[in-house]
Ligand binder design. Structure first.
Ligand code: G3P
Length: 225
């Protein structure tokens, strides 16, 4: 199992029909092939139901899409950091735009992940919320303007200033917290631009998961890293 290095490309599988059943494992294997072929650090975030199977089958880091701010115990239906660790996850997204948490809950989620040696990627929407999240000392912040998520215009074209301002805001709070960006990222040029703007990598979904040929899309995405 390789760890997540930077520059990093994190692929969020979300709950798209393209990753239902055995299709999530096939996509994770395609990500592994590209990671091996190019040497680029790629992590995958399959649905929670597929984490254990995929973590046992591929050597790229497997992340969860969400963790609940709960300790092991009476927490029906919750995904604890301890459960994720036991399933083979190496890290998790926290506070994704489609799964928001309150600030106090983000703090507790980061803490329980740290206690379970899970890498934390806290998603945010603006430079200000990124600064607030940075004070909780996650490993990564991933800034994603919600209105661009799932669309065809990359954040690097539509709102490059959000990336630069987030990098600066986070650096002022804690320069050990690294910044990723996402929303609408689809091409190698988008990824190159993200790095030029100060991000250490990208978080993306539809550009790979919904592509007619995900392996080809991923190969294009990592070509300049
Ligand atoms: O988690 C990544 C995400 O929210 C961005 O989605 O489809 O715009 O790459 P997408």
């Amino acid at each position: 199992m390789t760890d997540l290095r930077v520059p990093a490309v994190i692929i969020n599988f979300k709950a798209y029909s393209e990753v239902e059943g055995g299709k999530a494992l096939r996509l994770a294997q395609a990500c592994q092939d590209i990671a091996e072929r190019t040497g680029v650090s790629i992590a995958v975030c399959p649905p929670a139901t597929a984490i254990a199977q995929i973590a046992g089958s591929v050597n790229v880091p497997v992340f969860a899409q969400h963790v609940d701010p709960c300790k092991p115990g009476a927490a029906t239906g919750r995904l604890t950091a301890h459960l994720l660790r036991g399933a083979g996850a190496k890290g998790t997204l926290i506070n994704h735009s489609e799964r928001r948490l309150r600030l106090a809950d983000i703090g507790m989620a980061v803490e329980t992940c740290r206690a379970n040696e899970l890498v934390t990627v806290v998603c945010t929407d603006t430079p200000s919320t990124s600064a607030a999240a940075a004070s909780l000392k996650p490993d990564f912040i991933a800034v994603e303007p919600p209105e661009l998520i799932g669309g065809d215009i990359s954040v690097t074209d539509a709102q490059p200033e959000v990336i630069e301002r987030t990098v600066n805001a986070v650096r002022r709070i804690d320069d050990g917290v690294r910044v990723l960006c996402g929303a609408g990222i689809k091409t190698g040029q988008d990824v190159k631009r993200a790095v030029e703007l100060g991000a250490v990598g990208v978080l993306l979904a539809s550009g790979v998961v919904k592509a007619p040929d995900p392996a080809k899309a991923l190969a294009d995405l990592v070509q300049f890293l």
